[in-house]
Design a protein around this ligand. Structure first.
Ligand code: NAP
Length: 323
């Protein structure tokens, strides 16, 4: 039995792991089988994470966080959680391979999942021209025309990245004003390969086996026109990943896990949450990391107040070796 199990391996999960490991809590990190490292594994240069004045590649940053957690004794399992039982003093975590792990505390830091437009053909052509990740799929669109959907930071980052490959990147936004930060807007407006299409919603995705175009509805005139593109990158935000716990933990109106004030405490004793899964607003790598710190400290405090009988159920490797 563990003192702490951390579910998730983005900046929140790994930072919680660093703090919990340094507090000698012997944390186990369930890092996911495919999406370990979280969203930053899919980004390119991260320019706003403190400590990297020249920027750092997202995957490099996550590997460094992982190494730092492991250096202090965190153990990492690359599998997915299929079931969580959170009630009671001892929490149970079931993995895809059937293993069941127990812990006195859980830090839940599963981040968020990309939003979809909700069109049937978007799903059908996913992987065949429809993508949610320019860094993963951008190279398939050398000298092609592609569209990026959305008006936030993600959409502009994706669009700018795609200009490395595509001849023209259409930025399709449903309004005539971007939500993205000024720095990203300035860069995109100055890029001759990016063309902005305002007040447009995607009504159709065309193509039998691969995307050949998208139907754009003008929200002001109601007119629909086809845009010839072979790629559509959807960058319209993300929703907190709560499917494993939505019937066990209280959620907010925005769908994030509800925590007590500025803490990471959920409505279930011994269960803490951190990162994008509790944050409907800021969603930055640095804020997620800070949130992971809070969760590890809250878990440490909770454990320190448990009865000796309960604590004795979970042994650290050093204690186990000494027995
Ligand atoms: P976001 O800020 O929520 O922006 C989503 C964009 O997609 C908005 O422009 C929104 O339009 C549009 N949208 C939403 N649903 C849509 C739909 N069904 N159809 C068409 N358009 C739709 O999401 P994000 O860009 O992924 O960013 C999420 C968070 O991560 C933000 O806090 C952002 O600052 C942060 N982030 C930061 C960086 C960075 O600092 N480098 C990079 C990426 C993300 P409206 O504007 O009309 O609502």
């Amino acid at each position: 039995m563990r003192q702490v199990i951390i579910v998730g391996s983005g900046p929140a999960g790994y930072t919680a792991a660093i703090y919990a490991a340094r507090a000698n809590l012997n944390p186990l990190v369930i890092a996911s089988s495919v999406e370990f490292g979280g969203e930053l594994m899919k980004t390119t240069e991260v320019e706003n994470f403190p400590g990297f004045p020249d920027g750092v590649m997202g995957p490099d940053l996550m590997v460094k966080m992982q190494e730092q957690a492991e250096k202090f004794g965190a153990e990492i399992v690359y599998d997915d959680v299929t079931k969580l039982e959170l009630e009671g003093d001892v929490k149970r975590v079931t993995l895809g391979n059937g293993d069941v792990h127990e812990a006195l505390t859980i830090i839940y830091a599963t981040g968020s999942a990309y939003r979809k437009l909700g069109l049937d053909d978007e799903t059908r052509l996913s992987g065949y021209g429809v993508s949610w990740c320019a860094t993963c799929d951008g190279a398939f669109f050398k000298q092609k025309k592609v569209a990026v959907i959305g008006g936030g930071d993600s959409a502009l980052e994706e669009a700018t990245f795609l200009t490395r490959f595509a001849d023209i990147v259409y930025l399709v936004h449903r309004r005539n004003k971007l939500r993205a930060s000024a720095a990203l807007q300035d860069r995109a407006f100055a890029d001759p390969k990016i063309q902005f299409l305002w007040n447009k919603e995607v009504a159709h995705v065309y193509g039998d086996e691969k995307v050949t175009g998208i139907g754009l509805l003008d929200t002001e005139t109601g007119e629909e026109k086809t845009l010839d593109v072979t790629g559509m990158f959807v960058a319209i935000g993300a929703d907190p990943r709560t499917h494993l716990i939505h019937d066990q933990l209280e959620l907010t109106a925005e769908g994030t896990i509800k925590v007590d004030g500025r803490s990471s405490r959920t409505n279930v004793e011994g269960v803490f949450a951190a990162g994008d899964v509790i944050d409907p607003t800021y969603k930055q790598a640095a804020t997620a990391a800070g949130s992971g710190v809070v969760a590890a400290l809250d878990a440490e405090k909770y454990l320190a107040e448990l009865s000796p009988e309960l604590l004795a159920l979970a042994t650290t490797p050093a204690e186990a070796a000494a027995v």
